[in-house]
Design a protein around this ligand. Structure first.
Ligand code: NAD
Length: 462
């Protein structure tokens, strides 16, 4: 006999578990179906494990500069890779357990198995749990998967995706990373820091091509100091695998030997074919088509997160889950401007941005004044030996509104929420007091510079 709920959610990643909790908070009876470990890509093979590895290797990189800070270290500091991986796995396991507990404490019934929608309001679960579920509203949060290059597909041994790269048994001697996007830049830092010879190949004109060219240029310069070779404007044409690695052919004629080839050319939305067909869902390629209310083409069926192919970001999924659950509870909510969802890259140095960038303003014909401030002029940053990078604030010449902020530097991902608060504002910042000395003062300086009011940066030419 079918078990009845107000809401059934398929998928336990950030989109799914946030939707389930939000709906439960609004009084709905909720079931969540997950076939693997709770937490989805973010928690198991994405944001959290990569940040755990980055934290270990960041510590190592800092320690290697101990001398600069006036410290003599006796003996050598070297990575113990199995311990680094074990630490990462323990962090992931802790959070996975935490999310499961959180769902249970919100009264959500968890079904461990594969959930297929057989009709709107009807879900069949098979696997560890076997059940038939009925609901008034269904939320699809089925996530995404790494994009495969058909001419040299993943063999999961030599040609790997980010999933395998997060759990390699040993540090490879060399790695070619195809794709200089978010995953490519973060993984390059992880492996270069532990002594792997990394070549990062990006098809477009600069690393992180969704950001402005100066960001990619600055990263390539800093990556070089970490031993990373960046090749831009260049595609990989072929990969030949052998017993001890691969040869990667670039379109500029270079052939690079590498023990591992990490393909990081984006992710693709995913939803079970049976669910799509049974419901007759309208799709945008592999992504489930939704309106601004996160409603699919089928009444009573919502979709959120990577499955809708909008941001491929956990915090984008949280926002969409909030909107979907508000609508399910009878309110009328819409997703707003997607450029206001912050972007954060945890490379060395970090990159964070929100709103429009210079490239987008130029494309839209918007004239901007660019306020700039470097970290090298900030006391706290220099004291921490972290004087690399810059913050740029874009002010609309016509109405003075702040349109976007782009930041490159240590810990800028922690400043992006503050940067978000500036967007759309015309307020002059000089009346707001920032603690001194803090890294956040660089954001204030760049904002001030956009109005010709910077205290510690000479007036720039406008
Ligand atoms: P991405 O879209 O960020 O980058 C892929 C890059 O590959 C692009 O720069 C593209 O130009 C390049 N590319 C494509 N085909 C190529 C080819 N044949 N040769 C060379 N370069 C090629 O995708 P990703 O880095 O794989 O990340 C996947 C998704 O996961 C992204 O949407 C990303 O935002 C998300 N993610 C986010 C974070 C974070 O927020 N910190 C971390 C990891 C992943």
């Amino acid at each position: 006999m079918a078990e009845r709920f107000d809401v059934v959610v398929i998928g336990g990643g950030p989109g799914g578990y946030a939707s389930a909790i939000r709906c439960a908070q609004k009084g709905a009876t909720v079931a969540l179906v997950e076939k693997k470990s709770m937490g989805g890509t973010c928690l198991n093979v994405g944001c959290i494990p990569s940040k755990a590895l980055l934290a270990s290797v960041h510590f190592l990189t800092q320690a290697k500069h101990a001398n600069l800070m006036g410290l003599d270290i006796q003996g050598t500091i070297c990575p113990n890779w199995p311990k680094i991986i074990a630490r990462k796995d323990a962090i992931v396991a802790g959070f996975t357990k935490g999310v499961t507990g959180l769902l249970q404490s919100n009264g959500i019934k968890i079904f461990n198995g594969s959930g297929i929608a057989i009709a709107p309001g009807k879900v069949s679960v098979s696997g560890q749990d076997s059940a038939q579920l009925e609901c008034k509203t269904l939320i699809l949060a089925t996530g995404s998967e790494p994009i495969n290059i058909p001419t040299f597909p993943f063999d999961y041994k030599t040609i790997i995706s980010s999933t395998e790269a997060l759990s390699l048994e040993q540090i490879p001697a060399s790695m070619v990373i195809i794709g200089g996007g978010v995953i490519g830049c973060e993984m390059a830092c992880i492996y270069a820091a532990v002594g792997c010879k990394v070549t990062l190949v990006e098809a477009l004109s600069h690393l992180l091509p969704n950001e402005d060219a100066w960001v990619g240029g600055l990263l390539a310069k800093e990556f070089k100091k970490l031993g990373i070779t960046s090749v831009v404007n260049c595609k990989v044409t072929a990969v030949q695998t052998g017993s001890d690695g691969a040869t990667v052919q670039l379109e500029d004629g270079q052939a690079i030997a590498a023990e591992k080839v990490l393909v990081a050319v984006g992710r693709r939305a995913r939803c079970d074919k049976e669910t799509v067909e049974n419901l007759g869902l309208k799709m945008n390629g592999s992504a489930i088509a939704v309106d601004k209310r996160m409603q699919t083409s089928v009444p009573g069926v919502y979709a959120v997160g990577d499955a809708v192919g909008t941001t491929y970001l956990a915090h984008g999924a949280f926002q969409e889950a909030q909107v979907a659950s508000d609508n399910i509870a009878g309110h009328s909510k819409q997703m707003g401007d997607y450029t206001l969802i912050p972007r954060a890259v945890y490379s060395f140095p970090e990159v964070a941005s929100v709103g429009l960038n210079e490239q987008k303003c130029a494309e839209q014909g918007v004239d901007v004044i660019i306020g700039k401030a470097p970290f090298r002029a900030n006391g706290r940053s220099v004291a921490h030996n972290e004087g690399v990078g810059e913050i740029r604030v874009l002010r609309n010449k016509t109405d003075d509104k702040i349109l976007g902020v782009t930041m490159v530097g240590a810990s800028v991902t922690e400043l992006v929420a503050a940067a978000r608060a500036l967007i759309g504002s015309t307020e002059k910042i000089e009346d707001i007091c920032f603690a001194h000395p803090t890294v956040s003062e660089v954001l204030k300086e760049a904002w001030e510079d956009a109005f010709g009011l910077s205290l510690h940066v000479p007036p720039s030419k406008k």
